[in-house]
Design a protein around this ligand. Sequence first.
Ligand code: FES
Ligand code: MG
Length: 605
Amino acid sequence: IAGLYKERNMTHRKITPDQLRSRDWFDNPEHPGTTALCIERYMNYGVTLEELTSGRPIIGICQSGSDLTPCNRHHLELAQRVRDGIRAAGGVPFEFPLHPIHENARRPTAALDRNLAYLGLVEVLHGYPLDGVVLTTGCDKTTPACLMAAATINIPAIVLSGGPMLNGWRGNERVGSGTIIWELRKRLAAGDIDYAEFLARATDSAPSVGHCNPMGTASTMNSLAEALGMSLPGSAMIPAPYKERSMVAYQTGERVVEMVWQDLRPADILTREAFENAIVACSALGGSTNAPIHINAIARHAGVEVTNDDWQRLGHTVPLLANVMPAGAYLSEEFHRAGGVPAVLHELLQAGRLHGTANTVNGRTLEANIDGCETRDPDVIRRYHNPLVQHAGFLNVRGNLFDSALMKTSVISADFRQRFLSDPGDPDAFEGRVAVFDGAEDYHARIDDPALEIDETTVLVIRGAGPVGHPGGAEVVNMQPPEALIKRGIESLPCMGDGRQSGTSGSPSILNAAPEAATGGGLALLETGDWLRVDLAKGEVRVLVDDAELAARRQRLEAQGGYSYPDHQTPWQEIQRDLVEPLDRGMTLEAATGYRDVARRSPPR
Ligand code: FES
Ligand code: MG
């Protein structure tokens, strides 16, 4: 793995053993009782008195794998190699669990658990004798949850991705896990395949351990962790079953011990420059529309203000370089073989789009790490001057319904342009009649209702799907057209909503609209039959209803007590709804974003 871990950078030892945070627990004669109690019980796990008291760094391994989290389950085995690396470098490993987050099984949505896992991890890292931590990541929200906690706590921390699964195949055709589901659902709806065939094809797409293999939210967030400088260069996208994956687990364990001695902390890495690099990298990767939510959240916890305007300003004009599904043709195995994240960063740096001086976990700059990492397959990782798409990033649109929503203009197809962008005077604007749904159940119940008069020029709108309306925010903005339209060959309609969209879906949508309907956002005022005008050049989305009518609708809504949403089902749903910020602010818990450098607040005994 060229360029992975270029030198043992042990020359700048900044702290001495008596400055280790864990000494306060394990070597504190002033408090002999609490010290002894702590030591005797940890010795039951098999560590020796010498290991605990001789000034070795105590390293946490935040274990995100479990039977409930299959995308990360592989970390249960990788952790052994992480432990070996930690011990080889003179540290002592302590493995502990992260609250499980599995994208495809957690109801109502895995996004509800991102902040919960974050809070739990912050408490563990603060309250236990840890000098550094290895964050094991994979499935969508595990990566941001870990990085948000690392930013809040600010002890030396390094990300180890579990890696994507191997390619899925059906005959000679590559099938990406997740992405294929969108395709198959349409074929099932059109009657081309039956349910048994649907299931067989879906399971073929996920052939091994690892997280989703297209550039969905999991691969995006692990790639961005590397672009941020938080994982060893070249490590993010090594497929889970490859031997390099265990090797990099070992090296990650070794490296975190050195980071402790060098006192290299998340705050030294998660700088404004690093976040700007991540935004640019996300566009070139064809990354998930969930990335702005998570990156903005990590930035907020790191004390760096990143907004969706930054995403448009820095990211919109970046070309698509990674020819990986859903935007491209290949999957993670080819992407890794072509050079992975370093090759993409290399193209971007040469083109002057990155801050090469940004610091990374191996103690070197981004620029130094990717030196010589040219693409090894210019079809899979394109040259900057020969991209798949010119402007691959997001537009941050606004208007009389919301203050911010994201739109990925690169997925607007020729067919779509023909149907919608028909105004000869203004090629960047389109108008459509809306059909409005209140949450996913309403959509499923009514999408085929002829009374909605949905045709090929309708915009499907879903609301009540934001972090408050559907606790955590639902991935529902990628709605498929009514069956009758699909049978006529209309496979997608533009969608708009205050929810999110799966990172493995590629339909043209206006999503993550904030504020959401449930907190007073203008989407609550929309009615089926209204006309919408989208102006891509101005970055504007407006409902063509006059202000007086909108005011009257708002008055009626408020008289009914506002936009209603389902009751809380669990205590956490209620707590999160009380504290959560809108999607454009990262869906963070407002009360948590003010905490910085928490490790330095030593916990009272
Ligand atoms: Fe876990 Fe896709 S469902 S990574
Ligand atoms: Mg998802």
